[in-house]
Write a protein that binds this ligand. Structure first.
Ligand SMILES: Cc1cc2nc3c(=O)[nH]c(=O)nc-3n(C[C@H](O)[C@H](O)[C@H](O)COP(=O)(O)OP(=O)(O)OC[C@H]3O[C@@H](n4cnc5c(N)ncnc54)[C@H](O)[C@@H]3O)c2cc1C
Length: 563
């Protein structure tokens, strides 16, 4: 087959990739190719479409890249498991569906860096609005912050039942406020959360952005296409090399030798691990490191793969005296009923992600905006579905949200199929460790309030053995898992460690190459990061096509009195 010529070659049909595929192919004269290493998001697959099945794809090679960190020095040299979606929709096809924009001050922080002025909240807000259809917002005071007609339909968690009731009451008893919408005027406080669920099904980026436009003749989507290298003529990207590893959708190829796709521009959307790794494999990165691996250097860009940020989290679990948790829905004998109810009516325990509510808290008076996020679950269970506490229980997921620990993603060899070395350095700074002890104290304070008295059968985890700060930190080191928000490894900016240009998402030092995904964030936001990734993709689409950017919306948002 003769190499096809495309205007844009998107590497990765994940969250950002699907949004860009839609926006870039809206102009019928623009030919767009999406190369996705994973498989299609089959319509019949309950593992990805049934919200409560969210734990099943994790660790499964048909859905998950199955990364693992290097031994983490501050976590007793533990390797931390990192799931990443490997299918159309990318991580949005296997994630927890929690929708959090982050705090407006996250974007003010971005904008304070040189060259980042147009990434402040006023410039990002119109794109948050364009991408979403928030069903809960119309008629509320937060409506002016929310979108009503975008592809990402958001359902608010019902957060009803005795345990959610106790949680909200306990937060108030502990002195925290409730807020009407954590994605609206005021993030700080406790509230029901928005979710990427539509009529009982997961609404991934693929379902929201890609499937509705798959019939466009100028859009080609290939699955099972692992991109191994970006091709260059001098410092100009001319296309990519990819290995068809299985079924290969619309290009109609199967297995075998590497193929090439050539085009006007390459846009890498391979995620916070995949994007820097592909750049390094292609000769863009720290020149000394690349030469040591025998890779010809195209651009000496030392920031590629550096500045890795993430959120670490633990579960503070309690047993429940009353049989009011959702534990029965997980029992094997009840699963056929739950599955049947979901299959035929899209209702019941299968139709929710169970992450229906939570909150944002400042752990001390020196932080300008919430540095802790809570998710409350009316069950005691680990994220990967393992180690349920047995009977009824409840838990909060908690962890610091803008930790100053930094890590890296570095390839180990020239082999594009060898996974890169991931180092996070979790808990490596004093601030990070202090915020952890504050976080656990606050979680215990809330869960120990009188509102929980009718349910509280005692703390299961960390339990009475973790009392002093040192014991708490030791438990965190043993027990914490990633909240799955790796980011910032091809950061936008103009400084020597930046990788992408804030005004165009072009990679510094080369032409015809851009990166758009979680890796371009300069700082991780203070919540789950899918929504910020999608906003970044929406805004980047206008920057790439040259469309007139949406006008900024400088509306006031909540700031704590100290800010
Ligand atoms: C299990 C899990 C739960 C999460 N829960 C939440 C949540 O509840 N809420 C939230 O906001 N965030 C959550 N996140 C995080 C969020 O989903 C991700 O941060 C976001 O989706 C990342 O988007 P992305 O476009 O950067 O990357 P991805 O969506 O991961 O897309 C990258 C794509 O590139 C493909 N790819 C990679 N390398 C190559 C290559 N060489 N060639 C071709 N294709 C390639 C991948 O297969 C993938 O499809 C979760 C993540 C995971 C994994």
């Amino acid at each position: 087959m003769a190499p096809a010529i495309f205007d844009y070659i998107l590497v990765g049909g994940g969250s950002a990739g699907c949004a860009l595929a839609n926006r870039l192919s809206a102009d019928a004269s623009t030919r767009v190719l999406v190369l996705e290493a994973g498989r299609p998001d089959y319509i019949w697959d309950p593992y990805i479409h049934m919200p409560a099945a969210l734990t099943f794809p994790i660790g499964n090679r048909y859905y998950d890249w199955r990364y693992e960190s290097e031994p983490e020095p501050w976590l007793n040299d533990r390797r931390v498991y990192h799931a990443r979606g490997k299918l159309l929709g990318g991580s949005s096809s296997i994630n927890g569906m929690i929708f959090q924009r982050g705090n407006p001050l996250d974007y003010e922080r971005w904008a304070a860096d040189p060259g980042m002025g147009e990434w402040d909240y006023a410039h990002c807000l119109p794109y948050f609005k364009r991408m979403e259809n928030c069903l809960a917002a119309p008629g509320t005071p937060d409506a002016e912050f929310r979108g009503e007609s975008g592809p990402l339909v958001l359902e608010r968690g019902p957060a009803s039942g005795p345990l959610f009731g106790a949680f909200f009451a306990a937060a108030r008893q502990a002195g925290y406020a409730l807020t009407t919408d954590v994605n609206g005027y005021r993030q700080e406080g406790f509230a029901a959360f928005d979710r990427n669920i539509r009529a009982g099904r997961r609404l991934s980026a693929a379902r929201a952005y890609l499937h509705p436009v798959l019939s466009r003749p100028n859009l080609t989507v290939a699955t099972g296409a692992h991109v191994t290298r970006i091709l260059f003529s001098g410092t100009r990207a001319t296309g990519v090399e990819f290995v068809p590893g299985g079924t290969l959708g619309a290009l109609g190829m199967r297995g075998g030798a590497p193929r090439r796709a050539t085009g006007g521009e390459v846009i890498v959307c391979a995620g916070a691990f995949g994007s820097p790794a592909l750049l390094q494999l292609s000769g863009i990165g720290n020149a000394t490191d690349l030469r040591a691996l025998g890779i010809d250097v195209v651009a000496d860009l030392p920031g590629v793969g550096e500045n890795l940020q993430d959120h670490l989290e633990v579960y503070v679990q309690y047993g429940s005296k009353r049989p009011v948790s959702v534990a029965p829905a997980l029992k094997w004998r009840n699963r056929p009923i739950v599955a049947g109810q979901w299959l035929f009516a899209r209702t019941g325990p299968g139709a929710t992600n169970h992450f229906e509510a939570g909150g944002f808290v400042r752990s001390n008076e020196s932080v300008p905006y919430p540095n802790l996020m809570f998710h409350f679950l009316p069950i005691a269970i680990r994220y990967d579905g393992s180690a349920p506490a047995g009977g009824h229980g409840y838990q909060v997921h908690i962890g610091p949200m803008y930790s100053d620990s930094r890590g890296s993603v570095r390839i180990r060899s020239r082999d594009p199929f060898e996974k890169p070395a991931l180092r996070f350095n979790y808990l490596s700074t004093e601030t990070d460790r202090r915020e952890w002890t504050e976080a656990i104290a606050i979680a215990r304070n809330i869960l120990g309030q009188p509102a929980f008295d009718p349910f509280n059968a005692g703390e299961l985890s960390p339990g009475p053995a973790a009392t002093t700060d040192a014991e708490v930190l030791s438990w965190v080191a043993r027990d914490a898992e990633t909240a799955l928000h790796p980011s910032c490894t091809c950061a936008m900016g103009t400084g020597p460690m930046s990788v992408t240009d804030p005004g165009s998402l072009s990679v510094h030092g080369v032409s015809g190459l851009r990166v758009v995904d979680a890796s371009v964030m300069p700082y991780v936001t203070n919540g789950n990061i899918y929504a910020p990734v999608m906003m970044t993709a929406e805004k980047s689409a206008d920057l790439i096509t040259g469309n007139t950017p949406l006008p900024p919306e400088p509306i006031p948002f909540y700031r704590h009195a100290s800010v």
